[in-house]
Design a protein around this ligand. Structure first.
Ligand code: HEM
Length: 100
């Protein structure tokens, strides 16, 4: 039996210096080494919804950021690992439309 979690490579300083830092440039050029950044798995059972999910998240984030200000309702919400990291209470937020 082998247990693996994405966190074991995604947060590995050897592959991703300052892993907590928002730094999209780390994906430029050749990007990360193979099988180090695998949010959608890898190999023959890799997620077939990958490109759809990426596009949907991109569109959602675009509208959220362009149209609204938002704040966390629980500022210090805990992250739980079950087995993937996620906000314990589902990251409730309050949104306000930008003034036009
Ligand atoms: C952010 C969104 C998503 C994430 C992070 C995600 C992640 C994953 C991961 C890690 C796997 C396992 C891959 C492996 O075993 O190597 C998987 C499998 C799968 N995903 Fe996704 N997924 C997402 C969205 C979607 C969507 C939108 C669909 C369908 C419309 C989808 C359909 C599937 C299917 C059918 C499998 C099983 C593939 C197989 O066993 O051959 N996923 N996904």
């Amino acid at each position: 039996m082998l247990y693996w979690s994405a966190n074991s490579t995604h947060k590995n300083h050897e592959f991703f210096p300052e892993p907590e830092k928002f730094d999209p440039s780390r994906f430029e050029g050749n990007g990360p080494a193979p099988y180090t950044f695998v949010p959608f798995g890898g190999g023959p059972h890799m997620c077939p919804g990958k490109e759809y999910a990426r596009l949907e998240i991109l569109v959602f984030m675009h509208h959220l950021v362009r149209r609204f200000k938002w704040e966390k309702i629980i500022p210090d919400e805990q992250i739980v690992f079950n087995p993937m990291p996620s906000p314990a209470k589902g990251l409730p937020i309050r949104i306000y439309p930008h003034k036009v």
